[in-house]
Design a protein around this ligand. Structure first.
Ligand SMILES: [Ca+2]
Ligand SMILES: [Ca+2]
Length: 88
């Protein structure tokens, strides 16, 4: 019975690790609304987060394009560039 519990705990741990890896790879940096595309909507969400200090998209952590831990006009500019290029 103890071995069964260990296997169950190990299985749950592996499952949690796999789901974390999958979710991290599913959405590109800049895709703050998680629609799998980087569009003007994403750029406007980042802009609003900076200008109005009111994030309008759910996944703003994806808007930190330069990885400095802040959402700034630099990130907005980078998302806007990708949106203009039509990066999906
Ligand atoms: Ca998007
Ligand atoms: Ca940033």
């Amino acid at each position: 019975m103890k071995n069964a519990n260990k296997i169950l705990v190990l299985s749950l741990f592996v499952l949690a690790m796999l789901s974390t890896i999958v979710s991290a790879e599913s959405f590109r940096l800049g895709d703050v609304n998680h629609d799998h595309r980087i569009t003007m909507t994403d750029a406007y969400c980042v802009r609003d987060a900076v200008m109005l200090r009111q994030p309008t998209c759910e996944f703003m952590e994806n808007g930190d394009m330069n990885g400095d831990g802040l959402i700034t006009m630099i990130d907005y500019s980078m998302v806007m560039d990708l949106a203009k290029k039509g990066i999906y």
